[in-house]
Design a protein around this ligand. Structure first.
Ligand code: GLC
Length: 437
């Protein structure tokens, strides 16, 4: 199929959201700099303006904490966003940077992927300089991930809030939240239907229909969880002492495996030796991930950090081990079957964020059904590396067709390809550019 103007239209969206040194995900709804959004933006922008793509990643460095963490959001300093900054109060933690305000949590580590993808477009001397400029920050980030988020040295990193997975309201997390995290005051709001009143004050539902976002009860619970983290000043020991919700998330950890592979490659190019302890942890991860496989249902799942119980609610994270590249060919073949299966992920416009046959499935509800372009990009990359070129081409085609007919939406109905969520969304535009290239 010919995609007339798609490249030009995608470029326009990126220009519209360009804030000089970084790209905001969408005007109005997402005005700040988000971590994995900037990485996906850079992956697309590298095809049209390599220097701008580099700036996109370099601008993330200003938000890095002194302990190595990259926060999921760096807030704008305009006075109209005082409330956003105040909700988080990153200044409560001594490791937070002093010249910008951020959140106190991270997002999936796709940074190494973006660094390498930009590197692929540069000749050797330029690539070396580029890698050098990102190396200390990248190394510190991966060391932080293990040091702070793998306290028992199991090989899997734990996440402390669903927003850290990037799949904000993904069912396994929401289910755990409902079971264990509803404080009495939210239960009271639920019982009295006061959530209808609170709905009126939500910023996200001003620009997006409410049935495409999480419920107000869920939103309140997410904010309550965030407040509890803030009360612990985002210090992991205090968080673990108070047994707040901690999950070894499937998608986060599989993305980490791929990031580790890239980190090794960058280190090799720079003739840098990775610290021994980090290398040991990285090796442990690939093995530990196999513990997330359930033989009976033949799927991978996220796991509760404390009890090691698998959270057996299938989501699109099931397919991300393909992207990691660490699983056997046999297991990859099983995942490809799920992608083909019309009852699971083989919808008209795949890959739905929750399988079609799940009780959780809702075609337009955020991470509980819709198709997302960034997830497709990761799956396509994995399919290619496992040799499934036809599947990769088919998923590329359906993704481009969906965006061409509906526009650069945040997410899409997997049954008919209709756009939903924010319009003119940056990573949709950026990754379309990358898929077209
Ligand atoms: C939503 C998404 C998250 C993304 C953010 C900004 O919260 O769930 O993954 O980073 O929007 O686009």
């Amino acid at each position: 199929m010919q995609y007339n103007n798609l490249l030009d239209r995608a470029t326009e969206v990126l220009t519209m959201n360009d804030r000089g040194s970084y790209t905001q995900p969408a005007h109005g709804l997402y005005p700040h700099q988000w971590l994995w959004d900037s990485c996906f933006a850079a992956i697309g922008i590298r095809n049209i303006n390599i220097a701008r793509a580099q700036t996109e990643l370099l601008s993330l460095l200003r938000g890095q904490w002194h302990n190595g963490m990259f926060p999921n959001i760096i807030f704008r300093s305009d006075s109209q966003y005082r409330t956003d900054r105040n909700i988080w109060r990153s200044w409560l933690n001594p490791f937070a940077p002093s010249n910008v305000t951020t959140t106190g949590i991270t997002q999936p580590p796709v940074l190494a992927e973006a660094v390498v993808k930009i590197g692929e477009k540069l000749d050797w001397p330029e690539r070396r300089t580029w890698y050098r400029s990102m190396w200390p920050a990248l190394l510190a980030y991966h060391e932080w991930l293990y040091h702070e988020r793998d306290p028992h040295k199991e090989g899997l990193t734990l996440q402390i809030h669903p927003w850290e997975t990037g799949l904000d309201n993904t069912p396994p997390w929401i289910n755990e939240m409902h079971m264990h995290q509803l404080p009495f005051w939210i239960t009271a709001v639920k019982a009295t239907h006061f959530d209808m009143v609170i709905n009126l004050f939500r910023r996200d539902t001003h620009s997006v229909p409410i049935d495409q976002r999480f419920s107000t009860i869920e939103a309140l619970t997410l904010f309550d969880m965030q407040r509890r983290l803030r009360r612990k000043s985002y210090e992991i020991n205090k968080i673990l002492d108070h047994s707040l919700l901690t999950i070894e998330d499937l998608s986060f950890n599989y993305i980490l495996v791929r990031a580790n592979t890239h980190l090794r490659q960058i280190a090799k190019s720079l003739h840098e030796a990775l610290p021994k302890e980090l290398l040991t942890s990285m090796k442990r991860t690939e093995k530990a991930l196999e513990e997330l496989y359930d033989d009976y249902t033949k799927q991978y799942y996220s796991r509760d950090f404390i009890t090691h119980r698998l959270l057996k609610i299938p989501t699109v994270a099931t397919l991300l081990p393909l992207y990691a590249g660490s699983i056997s060919k046999e297991r990859a073949a099983i995942l490809v079957k799920y992608l083909e299966d019309e009852q699971m992920f083989g919808s008209a416009y795949p890959a739905p964020s929750v399988p079609i046959n799940s009780d959780w499935f809702h075609p337009k509800l955020y991470w509980q059904g819709p198709t997302w372009v960034n997830i497709n990009w990761l799956i396509i990359d994995g399919l290619k590396r496992y040799g499934y070129h036809e599947h990769a081409a088919a998923l590329t085609e359906s993704t481009l067709e969906m965006v061409a007919k509906s526009g650069f939406y945040e997410y899409f109905d997997p049954l008919n390809g209709e756009g939903a969520g924010a319009a003119n969304f940056s990573w949709t535009a950026a990754l379309v550019i990358d898929l077209l290239s």
